[in-house]
Design a protein around this ligand. Sequence first.
Ligand code: THU
Length: 156
Amino acid sequence: MKDFEIFKDIEELDNESKYLVHKAKEAANLAYAPYSKFQVGAAVILEDGTLVTGSNQENASYPLCVCAERVVLYTAATQHPNKKIMKLAVVAHRKNHKDLSPATSCGACRQVMSEFEERQNKTFEVIMLKSKNEWIKCPTAESLLPYVFKRSNLHE
Ligand code: THU
């Protein structure tokens, strides 16, 4: 099993990851986050190079807010149902702030990412900013959620 990799500078990431981070940043600017003012963007690259982006979508009924990661994954699944996800990047910034804020995916999104790996029968890497100057590349989504609840649990 590959380890988590830490990069001190975004420039140290591979070109595809840098590109995804750049696209996730653009998506963060399109977030609808008037309540938290925490704008999150996510980008995935599919097996044929197709790019899909998403941003967090909030609601006055707060529990209905949806994270950028789930928006991008469900969009990819809807628009490109037969193409596997190869990598996901997520970034965030506070409204009207230029600098990125550390944002590692919430547990609910890790659960959803993990089932995407299962349904496409292929793992994918996840890139996120853990702290200032600390990019992490997670080898798989499941590595972010050991002992994840799986669909097989429903039938065992
Ligand atoms: N959020 C995401 O979009 N992704 C994360 O990984 C963490 C949190 C969103 C949800 C909510 O709209 C705002 O950030 C504050 O929690």
